[in-house]
Design a protein around this ligand. Structure first.
Ligand SMILES: Cc1cc2nc3c(=O)[nH]c(=O)nc-3n(C[C@H](O)[C@H](O)[C@H](O)COP(=O)(O)O)c2cc1C
Length: 182
């Protein structure tokens, strides 16, 4: 197989294919990503699952409970970042993303598997104090569900599999690429 890091167009296509694989394959390392936001108290990061990507529109999407802190943070400042790492291929990908908060989107909710819906209906709300960690009820509720689609503004990719390491940045309206020193 030819090296997807051989040139910038091949790398750009490879990165979007890697993201798509993360959406399609629950076992893929790019399925899980750290979402960083800026809250009122400063930087915050947490793991989330990648739910959708579209290379043509440079879109990525994650889902959450509407009552979580990340929603408040993104309403305060929609700029976020997603961080991916594949230990097998030794590739890191950082995305700078402008997120949108979609509250209770019916089309997305319809596609959420029954078993996963319980993630969007805990009582009390995520982050609320709870006397007993076992006293939690789950009532799947579309009104508590949020989709966070976002436009990718910048991609920063690093390969540790190359010697010397390779790093490329894609940014601007067309995500134009350039090589940078790692
Ligand atoms: C492997 C893993 C995957 C997770 N996936 C999601 C997810 O897709 N969406 C989500 O809202 N929280 C997910 N969580 C929980 C978040 O990391 C976090 O604990 C929760 O959303 C509250 O975050 P916040 O208070 O910063 O908003 C996941 C946690 C782990 C460990």
């Amino acid at each position: 197989m030819s090296d997807p890091w051989r040139d910038l167009p091949a790398l750009h296509a490879h990165l979007w294919a890697r993201l798509a694989r993360g959406v399609g394959d629950a076992g893929d390392p790019f399925r899980l990503t750290a979402l960083a936001t800026t809250g009122t108290g400063g930087a915050e990061a947490r793991m989330v699952a990648l739910r959708r990507t579209e290379a043509a529109t440079a879109t990525v999407e994650v889902h959450s409970d509407l009552r979580t802190a990340k929603i408040d943070a993104l309403r305060h400042d929609p700029r976020g970042a997603l961080l991916f790492w594949d230990a097998r291929t030794q590739e890191q990908l950082r995305l700078s993303v402008l997120f949108e908060v979609l509250a209770a989107p019916a089309d997305r909710w319809a596609a959420v598997p029954e078993a996963a819906r319980a993630n969007y209906g805990t009582d009390p709300a995520p982050g609320a104090g709870i006397g007993d960690p076992d006293r939690l009820t789950r009532t799947p509720d579309p009104a508590r569900f949020a989709a966070l689609p976002g436009r990718v503004l910048r991609m920063d990719a690093v390969s540790l599999a190359h010697d010397p390491h390779r790093r490329a940045v894609f940014e601007g309206p067309d995500l134009t690429g350039r090589w940078v020193a790692p």
